[in-house]
Write a protein that binds this ligand. Structure first.
Ligand SMILES: *[C@@H]1O[C@H](CO)[C@@H](O)[C@H](O)[C@H]1NC(C)=O
Ligand SMILES: *[C@@H]1O[C@H](CO)[C@@H](O)[C@H](O)[C@H]1NC(C)=O
Length: 461
C-alpha cells in the first residue's frame, strides 16, 4: 500500500534502481577480487537489502553529501602518464642489505621531486631500512611513489631522538600517489615492549606513527600493505581530497595503540576496500574531519571504527558528515563507536553507519559521551561535545556482551536525532555458543526506531 504520493514514487524509483544496486555490488566485488592481494580474503560486501532509500527522507543530508563526495573525488589525482621518468632508489645507492638506506631515499626524492611526471621507485624483492624520514613538497605534480619491495623501520629507539612521534612523513604534496604491492613494516615489537600499556612499570612515552600524510591534497594511497607499526599505521592529518584504497593493515591484536587509519583535521576522504587487523581502532576519526567515507571495511581484531575520542582536556572538537557503509567486524571490542570526553566542546554530527555485520563484537553500537579518567575527573560537566543526527541502519550480527546497543549521553547535552533502522543484534554467549536476546541501554538519547529494531531501548517496545 502506498501512503501518499511521495511514498509511492519513492518505492517505484527504488524498484527501478534495484538492478543497478545489484550490478554495483557485483561489479565492486569482482573488481575487488582482481585488484587486491592474492593472500588476503577480499573484504565482505553486504547486499544492501531493500527499502534503504528511506533514510533520505529522515536525513536529507545523506544523498546530498554522498553525491558531493563522489563528484569531488572524481577530479582527483590522475596517474602519471607514460612519459614518466623513473627514480629507482637502487640508482642512488640503496642496497636493501639490512643497512640503513635513508640517504639514498633522500637523494632520490630530491631529484624526483623537482622532475615532472616522476615515479619514485622502491623496487621489488628487497627490504630497505629507513630511519625517521620526511618526504617534503611542494614537488612538481603529478608525482607517484611506487613501493614494490619492503620498507622496514629502524628498530633502534635512539634513531628517533629528534622526533619520537613520526617515522615516515609525506608533507605538503599535491596530486601525489603512493601505490604498489609493497610492504611498509614499522618493525614495532620493541616499541610495544616499551609501552606503558604492555609493561605497567614503565613510564608512558611517545611512539612513532609509521606513515603520516601531512597537508596533502589530491592524494591517493593504494594497494599497499602496512604491518607492525610502532604506534598508528597510517595517519592523514590536515589533508583534503584523499583516497585510501585496497590497503591491508596488520599487527597483532595485543599490540598497543596500533590504530589502522587515523583521520585528523582531514576533509573529503574515501577509505575503501581495506582489511584492517590491529591492536587498536581500525579507523579513528578525530577533530576537524569532515566528509569522511569508509566503505568495504573488514575489521578485527581491533577496537572497531571510532569517531573520537573528541574533546579531551576540555578542547573543542568538530566532526561531521561521516559515512561508514558496508563493513564487517569480527571479534572487535567495539563496532561503531562515538566517544567524547566530559567537558569537551563542539559537535559530532551527520553520521551514518549502515550495512554492517557484527560477528562477536563486545560493544557493537556505542555512544559514550561521558568519557573520563583520573586526568579528567568523572563529574557531570557543564559542557559536552554535542552528538546529533546519527543513523544506524541495517546492522546485524552477534554481540559478545549482553548490551549490544549502548547510548551513554550527557544529561545537559543529550544525544539528538538518533535513528535506528533495521537493527538485528543478538547476544552470543562465548561459553555455550548460544544466542539470546541482547539488551539496549539508553541514557539521555532522543531516538527514533524504523523497521525492525532489536534490541530496543527499555520502554520503547
Ligand atoms: C608547504 O609549501 C609552501 C609553499 O608552497 C611553503 O610555504 C610551506 O612552508 C610548506 N609547508 C611545509 C609544512 O612544508
Ligand atoms: C618491564 O620493564 C622493566 C623495567 O625495564 C623490566 O625490568 C621488566 O623485565 C619488564 N617486564 C616485562 C614483562 O617485560
Amino acid at each position: 500500500m502506498c501512503r501518499g504520493l511521495l511514498g509511492c514514487r519513492c518505492r517505484c524509483r527504488l524498484l527501478l534502481l534495484l538492478p543497478f544496486l545489484i550490478a554495483i555490488v557485483v561489479f565492486e566485488f569482482f573488481s575487488l577480487c582482481s585488484s587486491s592481494y592474492a593472500d588476503v580474503d577480499p573484504p565482505l560486501l553486504i547486499n544492501r537489502g531493500d527499502g534503504k532509500d528511506r533514510d533520505q527522507q529522515y536525513h536529507g543530508y545523506s544523498s546530498k553529501f554522498s553525491s558531493m563526495l563522489t563528484t569531488r573525488l572524481e577530479k582527483m589525482a590522475p596517474s602519471p602518464v607514460a612519459s614518466s621518468e623513473i627514480f629507482n632508489v637502487d640508482d642512488y645507492g640503496a642496497m636493501g642489505d639490512g643497512e640503513d638506506d635513508s640517504e639514498a631515499f633522500k637523494e632520490a626524492w630530491k631529484e624526483a621531486c623537482s622532475s615532472t611526471n616522476a615515479i619514485f621507485l622502491v623496487p621489488n624483492d628487497r627490504t630497505y631500512h629507513l630511519k625517521p624520514i620526511t618526504f617534503s613538497g611542494p614537488c612538481n605534480s603529478p608525482f607517484a611513489f611506487k613501493i614494490e619491495g619492503t620498507i622496514k623501520a629502524s628498530p633502534h629507539i635512539s634513531d628517533y631522538e629528534k622526533d619520537r612521534r613520526h617515522w615516515i612523513i609525506f608533507e605538503n604534496l599535491t596530486e601525489f600517489t603512493v601505490e604498489g604491492k609493497g610492504i611498509i613494516n614499522g618493525n614495532g615489537r620493541k616499541w610495544w615492549l616499551n609501552s606503558c600499556k604492555v609493561n605497567k612499570t614503565l613510564p608512558c612515552k611517545e611512539a612513532p606513527t609509521a606513515v603520516t600524510f601531512y597537508q596533502c591534497t589530491n592524494l591517493r594511497v593504494e594497494g599497499l600493505r602496512f604491518r607492525n607499526a610502532q604506534k598508528m599505521h597510517l595517519s592523514f592529518q590536515k589533508c583534503s581530497n584523499v583516497k585510501a584504497l585496497n590497503l591491508w593493515i596488520y599487527a597483532p591484536g595485543n599490540s598497543p595503540n596500533t590504530d589502522g587509519i587515523h583521520v585528523t583535521a582531514t576533509q573529503i576522504i574515501l577509505i575503501q576496500n581495506c582489511l584492517i587487523m590491529t591492536g587498536d581502532d581500525c579507523i579513528s576519526i578525530v577533530s576537524g574531519s569532515k566528509n569522511v567515507r569508509a566503505k568495504g571495511i573488514t575489521c578485527g581484531p581491533g577496537h572497531g571504527i571510532s569517531i573520537g575520542s573528541l574533546g579531551a582536556g576540555k578542547s573543542e572538537a568538530e566532526v561531521s558528515d561521516v559515512v561508514v557503509d558496508t563493513a564487517k567486524f569480527t571479534g572487535t571490542s567495539n563496532g561503531v563507536r562515538i566517544k567524547t570526553w566530559q567537558g569537551g566542546k563542539g559537535y559530532a554530527q551527520n553520521i551514518i553507519f549502515q550495512n554492517i555485520v557484527m560477528d562477536n563484537v563486545t560493544n557493537p553500537i556505542i555512544i559514550d559521551q561521558n568519557y573520563c579518567d583520573q586526568k579528567e575527573p568523572c563529574t557531570q560537566q557543564a559542557e559536552a561535545v554535542q552528538v546529533s543526527n546519527v543513523m544506524y541502519q541495517n546492522i546485524r550480527g552477534t554481540s559478545g556482551s549482553e548490551v549490544a546497543v549502548k547510548f551513554d549521553c550527557s544529561k545537559s547535552f543529550p544525544c539528538l536525532e538518533i535513528l535506528l533502522q533495521d537493527i538485528d543484534l543478538v547476544h552470543r554467549d562465548k561459553t555455550d555458543d548460544k544466542s539470546t536476546q541482547a539488551e539496549a541501554s539508553c541514557k539521555n538519547a532522543r531516538l527514533k526506531n524504523r523497521g525492525r529494531v532489536s534490541p530496543q531501548c527499555p520502554g520503547r517496545r
